[in-house]
Write a protein that binds this ligand. Structure first.
Ligand code: PMP
Length: 393
């Protein structure tokens, strides 16, 4: 045993300063476990279709774990592929309208895989400024030249692609996770077609909510299955499970199997997660009205909150973003809602780089009329001074 000095230097002293700064700015984050049977009305989770606790979804997970084990036991290329994984890939691709699919252990890993495997040194990645952190990290890891273009600005994206010689990729969220606004997918696609670039779209918030029966934003835009289009998905939101996927032409998927590091070097998705996602996907196909209902609930929440003077972004999918006067007011507002029995999301910097703090509400398809009344009543009753003098976007 090496001799330990009695008073080692605090090598993490610098964290004290960082913590103090976070405290002063009201930006400290803490983890709180949620109770299994929550007394709170949930408008904070991404369980858009209310499927994570659906008996069929839960049974899908249970049966998969009982058959295949609690863990995948290895990477997908060794022991981590079960028939559930391949069925899920086949059914996801068919449902969303793509030739092939690849399931990964998270949506985060799916974005890293798609962006890194389809770009690389000497290529250009054009990335919408509002993109999710996993796309930003994919760009960083890719060693490609990355051009971050202003949010939802297809003209600048087009000009940036046109100025580049050689291989290029345009990447965007389909629905932006904080404000809930949709990307200009038709314009992005036209720019890619004209400039010979690939289009990668993260449809995390579109799957299950947008398009016919929840087939997603690319299906809604008539872009599913186009030979230059790739979609990334998470299985953790509308499908109520866990995991991610990349969808696209079969040769793109084969390329990912052979080159994407977050696929090759990661343990495969747990069988229970694959089984749950598969059960949810089949349920959604039998009950396509769930997708319409999620959008309808979002429209109701937006309409009623803005009619009462709150400023909110018009929802393009199931996310309703309500503006708060400040970061500390947002935090207080969310805490007051929680005390009154309503669980809402609270977004502050650095999650919102523009510095505007918000409450983030998710419009679940299974919310009843009474629950919507209660949610609206609570948000209005707890609204801080300065929150109710605005209007909708
Ligand atoms: N993309 C977007 C737009 C997301 O909102 C999220 C989840 N926060 C992810 C990707 C990551 O997906 P996962 O949670 O499955 O890693």
């Amino acid at each position: 045993m090496p001799q330990l000095t009695p008073d080692p230097v605090d090598v993490f002293a610098w964290i004290d300063d960082a913590e103090r700064a976070r405290e002063e700015a009201g930006l400290v984050r803490t983890l709180r476990p949620r109770p299994s049977v929550s007394p709170l009305l949930d408008l904070a989770s991404n369980d858009y279709l209310g499927l994570s606790l659906h008996p069929e979804t839960v049974r899908g997970a249970q049966e998969a774990a009982a058959t295949w084990g609690a863990g995948a036991t290895g990477s997908r290329l060794v022991t981590g592929t079960t028939e559930l994984h391949t069925e899920l890939e086949r059914e996801l691709a068919a449902f969303c309208g793509f030739e092939a699919a690849l399931v990964l252990s998270s949506g985060y890993a799916a974005n890293l895989a798609a962006v890194t495997a389809l770009s690389g040194r000497g290529t250009l990645v054009v990335s919408d400024a509002g993109n999710h952190a996993s796309i930003v990290d994919g760009c960083r890891l890719s060693r490609a030249e990355t051009a971050v273009v202003p949010h939802a600005d297809p003209d600048t994206a087009r000009k940036t692609l046109a100025a580049h010689e050689g291989r290029a990729l345009l990447v965007s969220d389909s629905v932006f996770s904080v404000d809930g606004d949709a990307a200009p997918l038709a314009e992005y696609a036209a720019a890619c077609r004209d400039e010979g670039a690939a289009l990668v779209v993260d449809d995390a918030h579109g799957l299950g909510v947008l398009g016919e029966g929840g087939r997603g934003a690319l299906h809604a835009a008539g872009l599913a299955g186009a030979p230059y289009v790739v979609a990334t998905l998470t299985l953790s939101k509308s499908l109520g499970s866990q995991g991610g996927a990349v969808l696209g032409p079969a040769k793109v998927i084969r390329h990912l199997v052979n080159t994407a590091r977050t696929f090759i070097f990661d343990t495969g998705l747990a069988p229970a997660a694959a089984g749950a996602a598969l059960a949810s996907l089949r349920l959604l196909q039998r009950e396509p009205e769930r997708a319409d209902r999620a959008r309808e609930v979002a429209a109701q929440l937006y309409g009623r909150l803005t009619a009462s003077g709150l400023t909110a972004a018009r929802p393009d999918a199931a996310v309703v973003s309500v503006r708060a006067p400040s970061a500390s007011a947002a935090l207080r507002w969310a805490a007051d809602c929680r005390e009154a029995g309503l669980f809402v999301g609270c977004f502050r910097p650095p999650s919102v780089p523009d510095g505007i703090s918000r409450l983030r509400l998710t419009a679940r398809a299974d919310l009843t009329g009474d629950e919507i009344d209660r949610a609206v009543g609570t948000i209005l009753a707890t609204a801080p001074a300065g929150a109710t003098d605005g209007q909708g976007r």
